[in-house]
Design a binder for this molecule. Structure first.
Ligand SMILES: *Cc1c(COP(=O)(O)O)cnc(C)c1O
Length: 355
């Protein structure tokens, strides 16, 4: 007799990580190409010597460092095993089986999977023809059953970001008992002054009695700690309190906590790397536009090529040129901005793609 499991899981697509191919340049997972700074490696090594002890379950050193830098109370910060885990906790903390999570689509691949795993309902709101979040359609999708709205800005995988006006439109239209989660995994790569800082935006919202605005950020992208799994939530206390109730004990390991604190202390140097990636983003996008590709403006550390039916062919073509990109079949390819040399290798492959 086979084990009886949840029938709905049979239809659940697995999360597809970017491929790692020996000998090829990996531009598939929005990681930064450079390794951790020496000060961060030293903190990791020191923490490694104490792993016989359980980690600090509340990640208090990380929380204290973040709260001080962001100008919020420690009780308004929650740390998780990657921000993807916090996404899951947010859905668990807000939704029962008939409740609905609204999110843009295409967007972060984990939203539909997490929502189904938790057992809640989902509404995917298509992007605009310009590959942007469709603010009016998101507002229109919210019903009395909606408990949570994910707003991914800059959006993964299209790179487009919401202006303060667009964010206001969502936040002011959504009832104040529906949680709006601004997923800012790529905030550190934003250089357009029209794009608001989500944490500042949330703080201003709370000051106006809008406690339903929350922000997710991660150490995986700009801070270069993808392999250690640390992310954080900045939210009102009523939200952080319930998010903590659904956490997995000791979910953020001790090495990750030490690395996160060391990375915050080396923030200036890490953010300088981000500025270089932003300059490369501009160079790569302009080169692609020059080759005739359609590339929406990106505020993240990747660019989006909406190749539609030619996506799989482009993917194989890049692979043959030893460049791994992230293809979403039938839709488009997302290409992470790497070092100048890696980007050149990708651009050479793209230039050779038959038009
Ligand atoms: C990468 C990413 C995350 C999560 O990253 P973690 O590694 O789990 O912290 C969250 N949201 C978006 C949109 C992402 O692209």
């Amino acid at each position: 007799m086979s084990v009886r499991t949840r029938a709905d899981l049979a239809a659940l697509p697995g999360y597809v990580p970017g491929r790692t191919v020996p000998g090829a340049v990996k531009l598939a997972s929005n990681e930064v190409s450079l390794g951790p700074l020496p000060s961060v490696v030293a903190a990791i090594a020191e923490a490694a010597g104490q792993v016989n002890r359980y980690p600090d379950s509340g990640a208090t050193a990380v929380v204290a460092e973040l709260a001080a830098r962001l100008g919020v109370r420690e009780s308004q910060v929650s740390v998780g095993c990657g921000s993807v885990t916090l996404c899951q906790q947010l859905v668990q903390a807000t939704c029962g089986e008939s409740d609905v999570v609204v999110f843009p689509w295409r967007s972060f691949e984990a939203y539909p999977i997490i929502t189904q795993v938790v057992g809640a309902q989902q509404v995917r709101v298509p992007l605009t023809a310009g590959h942007e979040l469709d603010v009016e359609a998101i507002v229109a999708a919210v019903t009395p059953r909606t408990r949570l709205v994910f707003v991914c800005t800059p959006n993964n995988p299209t790179g487009t970001a919401l202006t303060a006006e667009q964010l206001d439109r969502v936040v002011s239209a959504v009832p104040s008992d529906v949680l709006v989660v601004i997923d800012e995994a790529y905030r550190e790569f934003v250089d357009d002054p029209a794009i608001p800082d989500g944490v500042e935006y949330a703080k201003a919202s709370w000051a106006h009695g809008r406690d339903n605005v929350a922000v997710l950020r991660t150490f995986s992208k700009a801070y270069g700690l993808a392999g250690l799994r640390v992310g954080y939530l900045v939210a009102s206390e009523e939200v952080t309190e319930v998010v903590r109730k659904v956490f997995v004990p000791f979910g953020v390991n001790a090495v990750a906590q030490a690395a996160a604190v060391a990375s915050l202390r080396a923030q200036d140097e890490l953010l300088e790397r981000c500025r270089e990636i932003v300059a490369e983003r501009t160079r790569v996008r302009e080169a692609l536009l020059g080759m005739g590709f359609d590339v929406p403006p990106s505020q993240a550390n990747f660019v989006w090529l909406p190749l539609g039916e030619r996506t799989a062919e482009f993917n194989e073509h890049c692979m043959a040129h030893k460049v791994v990109v992230r293809a979403f079949a039938g839709d488009g390819a997302r290409v992470t901005i790497g070092t100048a040399a890696e980007n050149d290798q990708f651009l050479a492959a793209a230039a050779d793609f038959p038009s």
